[in-house]
Design a protein around this ligand. Structure first.
Ligand code: SF4
Ligand code: SF4
Length: 429
């Protein structure tokens, strides 16, 4: 074991009006959890060092970069959802960051205000802002919210009392009139970003940003395809970590570093190096996003000797499976192409959402998994109800399937471990 620690920047935190004493305790706990979860793995790819350093600097180095951008008048926008048109922020010279929403530690703060029976991600994120224990929340110019689910939609109104929160309407159907509305919303978001940046986004700016984001998605697709190799050259925990860091890191640097990791994984495949054990049972995860530091299911599955080879999730394929067409250069055509790409994201907030059923089955076969664990956060109505159709689709295809509904607490760990071990026994070769 190394002496890993997430670096402390108390003076900078103070200047961001953070509850420094409390945040520092969380920093130490997160560092310990990280060390136990990731650094205890044997034979990790050397290129993971970059991502370890990203975590070490999560509350320091990266925040400094955000503050420097703000000094230059570049917008810094926080988000929770993959529907944010990130290209628009990049095109204005700005930075888009995922906000913290994956920790149990901030939930008691939220439950003093919000109802308890809403999903952990919403409560965790709200608690981070209310408790002043997230430097990202403290650094952003505004938060991007959307209308994907009721819990978020109504929470934005309260969050807006603490930090400016811009809400983009995401329709819930995909009929032509819904797409027309969506396009108008994209144009409004462009105007909002331009207002904060104090500049007009040109067609060249947007084309450049589309290219950067497409390259980022391409490299994540490449990593995902390498994880599908049998035997798997990287653990599911490390795969998930890279996907989670995608929401924090600078996109060009991130793309380069994931590319280096992929090069190393290709070499491993040639040398038949597998992490973990070569005959590990292969599992695919489907369902709700796993925001950093939600590593609960991966810990349990890989702790039982299996390997996770794919995440059909907003931290996984839903984030990077679709690219924006690059063969258009006129602003109106680019905005239409961008909207077209975002409408391909198959979140369960849409109805009908048949394309997600097909996508889950396709990813199961592509990843050469032996079973699917469908994971939904407790109280997420759309994913919990869509679970029924995912189960039906898996039954029809003869795919071994298990559903887990959980939250961020550790209370159900024992029960989940028993269920997961029984499932792995059932599907193992
Ligand atoms: S599950 Fe839906 S609402 Fe949640 S982050 Fe993904 S796209 Fe957004
Ligand atoms: S997991 Fe479900 S309930 Fe939670 S924020 Fe996402 S869509 Fe909403």
């Amino acid at each position: 074991m190394s002496n890993f620690e997430i670096k402390a920047y108390p003076e900078m935190w103070q200047s961001l009006d953070i509850d420094v004493e409390r945040f520092d305790k969380m920093r130490i706990m997160l560092g310990e959890l990280y060390e136990k979860t990731f650094l205890s793995q044997e034979n990790r790819p050397a290129a993971m060092v970059y991502f370890d350093n990203m975590v070490a600097e999560l509350h320091g180095g990266r925040i400094k970069e955000l503050l420097a951008a703000k000094e230059d008048g570049r917008p810094v926008i926080g988000t929770f959802c993959v529907y944010i048109p990130e290209e628009m922020v990049l095109a204005a010279g700005g930075i888009c960051v995922g906000l913290c929403g994956g920790s149990q530690g901030s939930i008691p703060d939220a439950e003093k205000i919000l109802p308890r029976n809403i999903c952990s991600m919403v409560k965790s994120a709200f608690g981070f802002k209310d408790g002043r224990i997230c430097p990202y929340f403290q650094a952003v110019d505004f938060v991007y919210g959307e209308t994907t689910c009721d819990a978020k939609k109504k929470t934005w109104e309260l969050l807006d009392q603490m930090v400016p929160t811009y809400v983009m309407e995401i329709p819930q159907c995909k009929k032509p009139r819904d797409i027309a509305l969506w396009l108008e919303e994209v144009k409004d978001f462009k105007a909002k970003v331009e207002e904060v940046a104090g500049k007009t986004i040109s067609a060249d700016d947007l084309a450049g940003a589309i290219q950067i984001m497409n390259n980022k998605r391409r490299v994540l697709q490449r990593l995902n395809a390498l994880r599908h190799h049998k035997p798997c050259p990287i653990s599911g925990k490390d795969g998930l970590l890279v996907e989670q860091i995608a929401f924090f890191d600078e996109p060009v640097r991130f793309t380069e570093k994931v590319g280096e990791l992929c090069d190393e994984l290709e070499e491993r495949i040639q040398k038949n190096v597998a992490v973990p054990a070569k005959n590990a049972t292969r599992v695919m995860i489907a369902g709700t996003p796993m925001a950093l530091p939600n590593w609960k299911i991966h810990n349990l599955v890989e702790g039982a000797g299996a390997v996770i080879v794919n995440e059909e999730s907003c931290v996984g394929t839903r984030y990077f499976k679709d690219l924006i067409a690059e063969n258009v250069s006129d602003m109106d055509d680019m905005l239409a192409a961008l909207t077209d790409r975002y409408k391909e994201i198959d979140c369960s907030c849409f109805t009908p959402n048949d394309e997600r059923l097909d996508q889950v089955i396709r990813e199961f076969h592509e990843s050469k998994a032996q079973g699917i664990i469908n994971y939904s956060l407790q109280f997420c109505h759309t994913y919990n109800i869509e679970e029924i159709r995912i189960r039906q689709a898996c039954e029809k295809e003869g795919i071994p399937y298990m559903f887990i509904e959980s939250d961020y607490s550790s209370e159900d760990m024992g029960q989940l471990q028993t269920r997961i071990e029984a499932f792995l026994e059932q599907i193992g070769e």
